[in-house]
Design a protein around this ligand. Sequence first.
Ligand SMILES: *[C@@H]1O[C@H](CO)[C@@H](O)[C@H](O)[C@H]1NC(C)=O
Ligand SMILES: *[C@@H]1O[C@H](CO)[C@@H](O)[C@H](O)[C@H]1NC(C)=O
Ligand SMILES: *[C@@H]1O[C@H](CO)[C@@H](O)[C@H](O)[C@H]1NC(C)=O
Ligand SMILES: [Zn+2]
Ligand SMILES: [Zn+2]
Length: 439
Amino acid sequence: MASFRWVNLFIFIFNCFLTATPVFSDSNAIPNLLDLAKEPQVFDWMVDIRRKIHENPEVAYEEFETSKLVREKLDELGIPYKHPVAVTGVIGYIGTGLPPFVALRADMDALLMQELVEWEHKSKVAGKMHACGHDAHVAMLLGAAKILKDHEKDFNGTFVLVFQPAEEGAGGAQKVLDAGVLENVSAIFGLHIHPNLPLGEVASRSGPLFAGSGNFEAIISGKGGHAALPHYTIDPTLAASNVILSLQHIVSRESDPLDPQVLSVAKFQGGAALNVIPDSVIIGGTFRVFSRKSFNQMKHRIEQIIISQAAVYKCNATITFFDEAKPFFPPTINDDGLHQYFHTVAESLLGAGKVKGAEPVMGSEDFALFQEALPGYFFFLGMEDVSVEHLPMAHSPYYKVNDDALPYGAALHASLAVNYLAKLHQEVAAVEEKYHDEL
Ligand SMILES: *[C@@H]1O[C@H](CO)[C@@H](O)[C@H](O)[C@H]1NC(C)=O
Ligand SMILES: *[C@@H]1O[C@H](CO)[C@@H](O)[C@H](O)[C@H]1NC(C)=O
Ligand SMILES: *[C@@H]1O[C@H](CO)[C@@H](O)[C@H](O)[C@H]1NC(C)=O
Ligand SMILES: [Zn+2]
Ligand SMILES: [Zn+2]
């Protein structure tokens, strides 16, 4: 029976990981995935891909060359794919093309910022940079694809490779979901490399990992005029200042202190001259919450406070929440069953003590959108080697990736996917067995 083989394969792989003995190929088995990923034909290949993408960073929905490179590599491996999905996205398929489906996700977009690291593969595009490591995420998923493709015959099921555009605020994940390509997928896994977590370690948690995030901008309009004759004007600068102070009351006075929330006004643009009161002022910012309910409450109060407080100063206000351009990201909440599963698989691959807990953070990830649609799990992958250097945080112009992390990412992707298929087959087998006993 097919399912029997699966149980055996799972236990076999599992035991081999536990004992950390490399598994030598027999017709059924997969060698130690980390060893495989560290071999030059996988490692060097990933490093080369990472550097090519790093040199040519592309921002949200403009990942045309990155997408082309991904497709070239998939062609090279003989992996079929769908394209375009969500403008520049690519969805690759390894396996039988039949269920069960397990998805692995990499984001592809860069940031609008100037790289300040001087090195051979520095960004060749002024004002754009891969400062969040998405170039590494793409290389890791291709590395996993290379490993999995070689063992395609050993699996009943399909690995779905999701190369996603526009993670940095523009909601690429939603467009991937809208394209319907994740229908019937049993689970999705994603990772983010982490500059302050040691190489060879991973960290995550069950439940909320990242906050949900929304953005707003308001135009507060009055009537401009001579700054020495304020009584002929309606001053939007003073109105905006009071709006900002009033907004601070939402978190400090209205929200539950045990429900973490942030509201930051990060933008304030007014006049230009020192003696002219401007016609209008623009303010804007971001807010972070851990539930849809808190999101809706916060959004409602932001709107109410801006309009009413502006009115106190005889000003009008219009507000946008960028529902189209920068949609709300829900909180990233890890499924508890997948957390237990991740812990077992990652510890088997990396060794005891290498799987750490993580505290929730107020940052956000559009992976959360996948998790609203299907069971999903997100974790941090360490890349820090203090014997070499301390690495700057993500979104720093000095951001650097330690390429030694690439095989860990590739092996974890592959291992999570392979063992998950095995687990699904095992569960089906258990149900069949039960029916059999009952008959
Ligand atoms: C996959 O399923 C088919 C049909 O059930 C079976 O013949 C085959 O042995 C299975 N392959 C593996 C690798 O388990
Ligand atoms: C999902 O499964 C349903 C029912 O088997 C099928 O009609 C549909 O085409 C599948 N969707 C995808 C994207 O494979
Ligand atoms: C505010 O809007 C009202 C209604 O459209 C308008 O009459 C008024 O002049 C506006 N005030 C300012 C300061 O723009
Ligand atoms: Zn980022
Ligand atoms: Zn990122």
